[in-house]
Ligand binder design. Sequence first.
Ligand code: SAM
Ligand code: SF4
Length: 346
Amino acid sequence: MNNNSNNYAPRDSDILRSSSKILDHHDREFDYLRLAVNEKCNLRCIYCMPEKGVKLLNKDQYLSKSEIKRIISLFTQMGISKIRFTGGEPLLREDISELIRYAKNECKIKQVHLTTNGILLNKYLDQLSRAGLSGINISLDSLRPERFKKITRRDKLQQVLDNIILVQDSVIPSLKINVVFMRGFNDDELLDFVEFTKTNHLTVRFIELMPFDAHQIWKTGKFYKSEDILNDLKHKVKGLHPITGSNTEHYIFQVDGYLGKIAIIPSYSRNLCINCNRIRITADGSLRNCLYSKEERSLRDLIRKGALDQELKEMVRDSFFTKHKDGWEAQRVKGNNRESMTQIGG
Ligand code: SAM
Ligand code: SF4
């Protein structure tokens, strides 16, 4: 529990705990659920997974389809307006379209998104479109085949590029490309990614590396700070003008006459914590109130003990009630973190 909790005025606490929404002491409301639906993956990105993969749990330790649906329904009652399915690789679940349809059509969640490495999109795109998916984020760190292979340890660039074209031709309204950007790794592709927005209707998002990788690459000087990415963009790209974007897109631009957009996500610098609205659930059903916090509470265990919705909601509210002001504060609390982002979902 947060050491600061003793400082809170009881009346405030009562209001926060009795609200139907998920609120905290820093005037934040949490209405965006990021749900990891598995830990398995068909790539081995070097900043995310060890080559041999992460040690998987037994099948029954992961949330089942009906438990995932119960969680979606529960959070709908608590006022969420957006859900993102992530993983591991969410398209390795055959029931992913059913879960999306459930969130969108039965729970009436306004925005239902998916983060994927894009490899299997050709197989699922029709189903995903019919299920009402609002948007897809595809992770793509290099436009060069050899480098893509080196980063992901798989030779699949062309498949991802072909699938990006399919998504643009589909009815799915939003397409974003996540590029984990690192010095001496892929930073020489800055202009290539900018050019990628010339004729493609999508947003390229340069993302800061975060310290969740088995190899701890982030300690090797490859870290590329968002402010530096911003300066390089401004110096190297002509015709760049600022536009408006989503909450996480701290800096967002478009080049004059280009169809797509360019954004920078300061995921390590953490200057967006004050506007945090995210709730994270891991594939084994643990609730995390901050990406950088090691504290988890198991919704799965409570569900399997036969808990009523009210008890589950209390656990959720209690977790956010004690949420740290920002990721720096959360990180200072000692404990063991998960080995890889594939276990947290990004
Ligand atoms: N497999 C899917 C994918 O790659 O899009 C979804 C899961 S992946 C863990 C979610 C996002 O986290 C991806 O955009 C990936 O690039 C990002 N990611 C993984 N490890 C990271 C790290 N150490 N730092 C920053 N982003 C990371
Ligand atoms: Fe798999 Fe996504 Fe991690 Fe790459 S970033 S290894 S695609 S989970």
